[in-house]
Design a protein around this ligand. Structure first.
Ligand SMILES: *Cc1c(COP(=O)(O)O)cnc(C)c1O
Length: 437
């Protein structure tokens, strides 16, 4: 099939006058012809960046390189490109060089929580496994900006082996998230090998792939790729659509292939200033996503990575967006709004307040319309006392006792079987005095 629009044909011929237009849908051609410098960008789109910005832009690219697939570039509206959401996500801004006091190189402390190269083990039962160091498009809002443009390479088999060994040696890991970079930058056979190795580990129950390919290079989702992925169920794919404009005929087709292969699809959007920080845009985005069978999963508050300050919104804006979604549209179209806590605290959900008050037997709630209502709680509810011994419990699930470790956090405070009474910060002067320090 040929490039679908006249614009794409024009762009293709400006990039590569020798090549048959049928290559447009060849993902390797797209990667080989990604736009990496401003001259080419201007030539291909027939626009001229303001001369006074030029030097700053070159400087930005030398710190945070640029790479835009011809496909993604073709979605830019040249008539108002500076306000275009595709342009803003793909083209550098001099603001990236501006470092705020709160900015950090690795705000999520992914490296401190990394037992072996490529693995971040933060949560009890799942790990993040970085299996690729590169992407087809360098998102300007990348949270791993510190790594972008480090030598573009596929990690050595040995590095991957070490990651696999770690997962093998930790039976508590039941969910592995492949990320990167973009795991779909790997050749099919290489990814097939990783997935096969993971599948051979009995305690790995689910595998997830985080990829932006359906959005920035949908032609990567080939029939061969999908046939390979299908062998490794249960496999989930999470992608990142940030704006309704990204839902095109090509991205819809890529998603259709994945969904038809029985792969459940989720979307992780990032809330970005001047791109999608609008309740109406977000509502349209999530509604369009469920139409293409993608379930909105997370809406991220923009991280505190260096170079992202111009993309950050207030948290108030995120709550306003959630207020405009919950109840106003299908429940399964509503993502969870999260802040990924600095220093590796993990994702913390944020939402408007719906519980207004409480008495001994009533909870007072408000709904999305502003209706305030009382829910009467039962007078005689007797919760089952839990000593974690499922054998003697009346509830009908006989769990092996071994598969759960110690209770964590507030769950420990709430539980019957854990004797923890308080969670106490360890670095207070009061505790120092107690310990005679
Ligand atoms: C986001 C993330 C996960 C997965 O979290 P879920 O809430 O299960 O999607 C796991 N590990 C790390 C380090 C993460 O950042």
């Amino acid at each position: 099939m040929h490039a679908s629009s006249k614009k794409q044909r024009e762009i293709a011929s400006r990039i590569d006058s020798d090549v048959a237009i049928s290559k447009w849908k060849d993902w390797k051609w797209q990667i080989a012809h990604s736009i990496k410098d401003i001259d080419t960008f201007e030539e291909v789109l027939e626009i001229t960046c303001p001369a006074e910005k030029r030097k700053g832009l070159e400087e930005t690219i030398s710190t945070f390189p640029m790479s835009i697939t011809p496909y993604y570039l073709s979605l830019i509206n040249v008539d108002d490109y500076e306000n275009d959401p595709i342009f803003m996500q793909a083209f550098p801004s001099v603001n990236e060089l501006h470092v705020e006091r709160c900015d950090m190189e690795d705000p999520l402390a992914e490296e401190s929580d990394s037992p072996v190269t490529g693995i971040t083990h933060r949560y009890p039962d799942r790990v993040l496994f970085l299996v690729s160091n590169t992407c087809s498009m360098y998102c300007r809002h990348c949270t791993r900006k510190r790594k972008v443009g480090d030598v573009d390479y596929i990690p050595e088999r040995e590095t991957i082996q070490n990651g696999l060994d770690y997962i093998r040696e930790h039976p508590e890991i039941r969910d592995v998230l492949l990320s990167g970079g973009d795991p779909l930058m790997l050749p099919d056979e290489y990814l097939d090998w990783i997935l096969t190795e993971l599948r051979a580990i009995p305690h790995v129950e689910v595998i997830r792939i985080g990829t932006r390919m359906p959005v920035v290079l949908p032609y990567r989702i080939t029939d061969e790729l999908v046939a390979m992925l299908k062998k490794h169920h249960p496999l989930w794919v999470n992608t990142q659509f940030n704006h309704p404009k990204e839902i095109t005929a090509s991205s819809t087709e890529a998603i259709r292939k994945l969904a038809d292969a029985g792969i459940p699809l989720g979307n992780q959007s990032v809330l970005l200033a001047n791109v999608n920080d609008c309740p109406r845009i977000m509502k349209r985005l999530v509604q369009k996503l469920v139409m293409i069978r993608v379930r909105p999963y997370y809406l991220y508050q923009c991280d505190l990575s260096e170079g992202l300050s111009h993309f950050r919104t207030s948290v108030r804006k995120g709550i306003e967006i959630m207020e405009n979604l919950i109840g106003h549209t299908s429940g399964f179209a509503v993502p969870t709004y999260v802040i990924d806590a600095p220093r590796g605290g993990g994702k913390i959900p944020i939402m408007p307040t719906y519980v207004i008050s409480w008495s001994s037997n009533k909870v007072i709630l408000r709904n999305y319309e502003g209706v305030i209502t009382a829910y009467t709680e039962p007078d005689d509810y007797k919760p089952i006392y839990c000593d974690r011994n499922c054998e003697t419990c009346a509830l009908q699930l006989k769990l092996d006792s071994a598969d759960e470790s110690k209770a964590v956090g507030i769950a420990a405070l709430l539980s019957d079987y854990d004797s923890t009474i308080s969670l106490v910060p360890q670095d207070t002067e009061r505790l120092d005095r107690r310990n005679g320090e």
